[in-house]
Design a protein around this ligand. Structure first.
Ligand code: COA
Length: 173
């Protein structure tokens, strides 16, 4: 991938055609990091059926994609926090960039747009769980108005070790 910092970032709703690129980005973090607690990589078909189908261009649950010069370089989502009805105004947000596209301001642009887009929806709280350590994600959440609520200690186990998750919240609307 060429240097994304010199190219403008385009944001748009994710489409079915993005699934292979988005799956490859996610699988990198599945296979090599504790950023996600999934442990087995997905095929694009599995990702379509179990993940992509839950998103719509508008509404509380969105998939926003970042591109530079036609390359998909990352995505951000808002998803249900908990299934019970009274939680419906709360969403969980997350973001994944291609590993070659990090540290260039793309995350801030993409996540800010996702959060802004929720202002017009019936969303009251955004929540995000960050597996520790993750200095970039922690800085991004704090930069975009999230407040750390606390840390769930050793709630995940991956690569033979336990992992903490710090939860963040941000008012929406
Ligand atoms: C986390 C992630 C989305 C951040 O996006 P990014 O484009 O790399 O970050 P940006 O360049 O937009 O920087 C956002 C802020 O984080 C800071 N930051 C970026 N990388 C950092 C790092 N490695 N350590 C500390 N701070 C960092 C920047 O200085 C900036 O803060 P500022 O605006 O106050 O100066 C991206 O690094 C990523 O996809 N990481 C892997 C997947 C992941 O961890 N996803 C989050 C799951 S909770």
């Amino acid at each position: 991938m060429t240097d994304a910092s010199t190219r403008p970032v385009t944001l748009r709703a994710g489409t079915r055609a993005d699934i292979p690129a988005l799956t490859a980005i996610y699988n990198h973090y599945v296979e090599h990091t504790v950023v996600t607690f999934d442990t087995t990589p997905f095929t694009p078909a599995e990702r379509e059926a179990g993940w992509f189908v839950h998103y719509a261009p508008a509404g509380r649950h969105r998939l926003l994609v970042a591109e530079t010069s036609g390359d998909v370089v990352g995505y951000a989502t808002s998803s249900p926090h908990r299934p019970k009805a009274a939680y419906e105004t709360s969403v969980e947000t997350t973001i994944y960039l291609h590993p070659d596209a990090t540290g260039r301001g793309i995350g801030r642009i993409l996540y800010a747009e996702l959060l802004d887009s929720l202002q017009t929806e019936d969303v009251h709280r955004a929540l995000a769980g960050v597996a520790l350590p993750n200095d970039a994600s922690t800085a991004l959440h704090e930069r975009l108005g999230f407040t750390a609520l606390g840390t769930f200690r050793e709630v995940g186990r991956k690569f033979g070790r336990y992992v903490d998750v710090r939860w963040f919240e941000r008012p929406i609307g």
